[in-house]
Design a binder for this molecule. Structure first.
Ligand code: BGC
Length: 494
């Protein structure tokens, strides 16, 4: 064979081999990609929340509300009696403190209330983060830490705040965990949620624990109201808007409270409140129903959580968990479809490394090359140089998980409206039913809050939607607790 021909043959063979490798890679890549798409599609189907399903969820919520009100332990919904039977009127007056404990930070605030038409004359607050070891330590350690910060804050009280002559400082305590209250100033912790796990506090009176810690600080202050954050938000909302009928928190955890007719609470055996009303803390985070669209990722998250089998609604709609669900799906895509290359990035295996605020930032990325997604994947999960197609999958994933959460929250609210018979009233006479909302998830994840509001409008329908108003009550829970401390104030009563 002539040299030229040999070269041609060798050249052709090499080209064939190269082509074969390219084709192989292509086939492998497209198989992997096919698997990525299959995982995504399956997730989308399992998380689907068509209107008919949301209506089933709302109906189940209404049924469980009735059951929880009928008897203690009658439902997964605790429907806790709060002993708040009158909400702020605007006449509250004096200096009041509030302590707001419910997540990784706690807030301490003071307000000077000006009485009728005076409103909030001055206010001041500080926010302190809780060292993670105290969230799983002992009750004394946690409460001593909080009381010490409270004492520091009191020591900085400005002269514009006035304790009434002969009065003591009074405190509203917002404690955002399930508590079985025995009065407005006492209640036993039922269980921890949101990553707290302090065994020796369960079953104990949280006001007694806080009061003892306050005394250990040598501080002269008494707790005059114990409230959940939903109840605080309801009270804070009512102070500025008399049409507020319920409050919902969508933050690290989630929950709702609403005003119930005392007659409609069969398990209430006390004297009927003069107002005929009672605020109920639903603890809806613990809601569960066969109608909830759950996936394998939810099951594994639940099984590996600090509170398996509990807070199922919370685990699919609230801020503590949304990012973690996304991480779990990405993990599966990395393991089974090699979405990030031949090995699974080690950071991706770390539980809770992908926080919901980062998920939200990726979801809201509007740049053409999804640069925010790229940089989050790099900085958090140490996955550099992700191709655009992969970034698009990540955004879609965030969308599926956030949409499911937001639509289910809307169904929950619709369930409350149904229980109150407010799901059919149109605004003929201008009547409004206002839901006070708060929490970081609601406040900062706008795709989520927008989707929630659209879904609620769709559920109640065009006419009724004019009378249902969602109002952001910014940090209302602390102020609300101070207001309730004021309305239950010892010196005012005295
Ligand atoms: C708690 C509720 C609280 C909610 C929002 C849930 O985990 O059980 O008591 O209201 O989080 O903070």
């Amino acid at each position: 064979m002539k040299t030229g021909k040999v070269a041609t043959v060798i050249g052709a063979a090499t080209a064939c081999a190269v082509a074969a490798v390219v084709v192989q890679r292509y086939v492998k890549k497209s198989r992997r990609w096919g698997r990525v798409m299959a995982i995504l599609k399956e997730l989308e189907e399992k998380c689907a929340t068509p209107m008919w399903k949301l209506r089933q969820v709302a109906d189940a919520m209404t049924v469980e509300m009735h059951a929880g009100l009928a008897s203690e332990g009658g439902s997964k919904l605790k429907m806790l009696i709060t002993y708040v039977d009158n909400l702020p009127t605007g006449n509250e007056e004096g200096l009041f403190y509030a302590l707001d404990l419910g997540g990784t930070n706690f807030r301490v605030l003071r307000v000077q209330l000006g009485g009728k038409d005076g409103g909030i004359v001055s206010q001041d607050f500080t926010e302190v983060s809780i060292p993670p070891n105290l969230m799983v330590g002992t009750s004394d350690e946690l409460f001593d830490y909080i009381a010490a910060e409270l004492a520091k804050f009191v020591a900085q009280e400005d002269q514009k705040f006035q304790v009434p002559p002969g009065g003591r400082r009074e405190l509203g305590f917002t404690f955002s965990f399930p508590v079985m209250q025995t009065s407005i100033t006492s209640g036993n912790l039922i269980k921890w949620t949101k990553g707290f796990n302090i065994d020796d506090a369960v079953g104990k009176d949280v006001v007694a624990a806080l009061t003892e810690a306050i005394q250990r600080q040598g501080l002269d202050m008494r707790v005059t109201a114990l409230v959940n954050d939903t109840v605080g938000t309801l009270a804070g909302g009512r102070y500025t808007n008399k049409d507020v009928i319920a409050a919902v928190i969508l933050g690290t955890g989630t929950n709702a409270a609403y005003v119930e007719r005392a007659q409609a609470i069969p398990k209430w055996h006390g004297t009927l409140p003069k107002t005929g009303e009672m605020v109920i803390n639903m603890e809806w985070g613990n809601f569960r129903s066969s109608h909830l669209p759950l996936t394998e990722y939810d099951s594994s998250l639940d099984a590996e959580s600090l509170n398996p089998g509990e807070q199922i609604f919370e685990k699919i709609i609230s801020g503590m968990y949304l990012g973690e669900i996304v991480r779990r799906v990405l993990c599966k895509m990395a393991e089974e479809a090699l979405i990030f290359g031949d090995t699974v990035p080690s950071k991706l295996k770390v539980p809770f490394i992908l926080r919901t605020p980062d998920m939200s930032a990726m979801h809201h990325d509007s740049s053409a090359d999804l640069s925010v997604v790229g940089s989050k994947l790099k900085s958090i999960l140490e996955i550099p140089g992700t191709p655009l197609e992969v970034r698009k999958v990540v955004v879609e994933l965030c969308n599926i998980i956030a949409t499911r959460g937001a639509r289910l929250s809307a169904a929950g609210i619709f369930g409350i409206l149904k229980k109150l018979g407010k799901d059919t009233i149109s605004d003929v006479e201008g009547q409004k039913n206002v839901i006070a909302m708060d929490g970081g998830l609601y406040e900062h994840y706008s795709e989520y809050s927008q989707c929630l509001e659209n879904t609620l409008h769709e559920l109640v329908g065009e006419d009724v939607s004019k009378s249902v108003v969602i109002e952001h009550s910014n940090d209302g829970s602390g102020i609300g607790a101070a207001l309730l401390a004021a309305s239950h104030s010892q010196y005012l009563e005295g």
